[in-house]
Design a protein around this ligand. Structure first.
Ligand code: ZN
Length: 267
């Protein structure tokens, strides 16, 4: 049995809003206690302000976005492009996991367009893995606990991997009922509207979310707006078929049977 606690662990302020916020909001409505953590501060997300100023602006925005989603905010632990799979970050993230004791971890896709996202995914997986290992020391030190956790990977940015291949979700979450909340949380990241226009040629980041959730919705053939998820292999985490997300969200979570059939089982 897993705890009715969920944490979204992403790389940068606004990543949760793009890929995970609908699901996080639905879990909140389903009675889960929800948590919000972006590993990096977002300090590189401006061509106008210096790193310290940008860090401060984005911390304020992320805090407000977490509030909009009804999730508990956790401060970032490093800076942009410095999310490296290393011991320091692993110890810090494992301490958060031990404090929160999540039954559900939502994090990035293992394949994505940039290293911060992929390293966040790896760090989140290992931090959750160490929850019951007293010989692995966290920073700050936190006691271990014995419970099940299930890790889910979000869709990558652009819905394809770094080699441009389409990623197919293992499950679709119907985010239509919370879509407005998700847009509202994304709109809080005001500093990014202009920055994304300049750096990536996105005419509006709200439109990006709109397009992406509609595209995943079309893939589901059932929901208007959706988020896609792939469940991490259970070894070291939970029972083989544990799927607390599907359990918590009921009809709002549709397992992709085509994906399930495509899995080549080990043993
Ligand atoms: Zn990002």
């Amino acid at each position: 049995m897993s705890n009715r606690v969920a944490i979204a662990i992403a790389a940068h302020p606004d990543d949760i809003e793009f890929q995970m916020a609908g699901t996080l909001a639905l879990l909140g409505k389903a009675g889960y206690k929800t948590h919000y953590l972006t590993l990096a501060s977002g300090n590189c997300g401006s061509a106008k302000y210096n790193a310290a100023m940008t860090r401060s602006i984005r911390n304020t925005e992320a805090r407000a976005a977490a509030k909009t989603l009804g999730a508990q905010f956790h401060p970032s632990i490093t800076d942009d492009l410095e999310i490296i799979y290393n011991l320091e970050l692993l110890r810090a993230l494992a301490a958060v996991i031990r404090e929160v004791k999540p039954g559900i971890v939502l994090t990035h896709s293992p394949q994505d367009y940039m290293e911060d996202h992929m390293n966040t995914s790896r760090l989140a997986v290992t931090a959750a893995f160490t929850r019951g290992m007293p010989n692995f020391k966290t920073a700050p030190p936190r006691p271990t606990a014995d419970y099940e956790v299930t890790v889910y990977h979000s869709m990558p940015h652009g819905l394809c991997d770094g080699l441009r291949r389409r990623v197919i979700p293992g499950a679709f979450v119907n985010t239509t009922s919370v879509h407005k909340t998700q847009l509202k949380a994304l709109a809080v990241h005001k500093s990014q509207q202009n920055w994304l226009d300049v750096s990536q040629g996105l005419n509006s980041f709200l439109l990006v979310l709109e397009d992406m959730s509609l595209a995943v919705g079309r893939m589901s053939r059932k929901f208007k707006h959706a988020e896609g998820w792939r469940r991490h292999l259970h070894f070291g985490f939970c029972a083989p078929e544990a799927d607390p997300l599907a359990q918590a969200l009921g009809r709002n979570c549709l397992v992709n049977q085509a994906y399930e059939r495509s899995l080549q089982r080990g043993f």
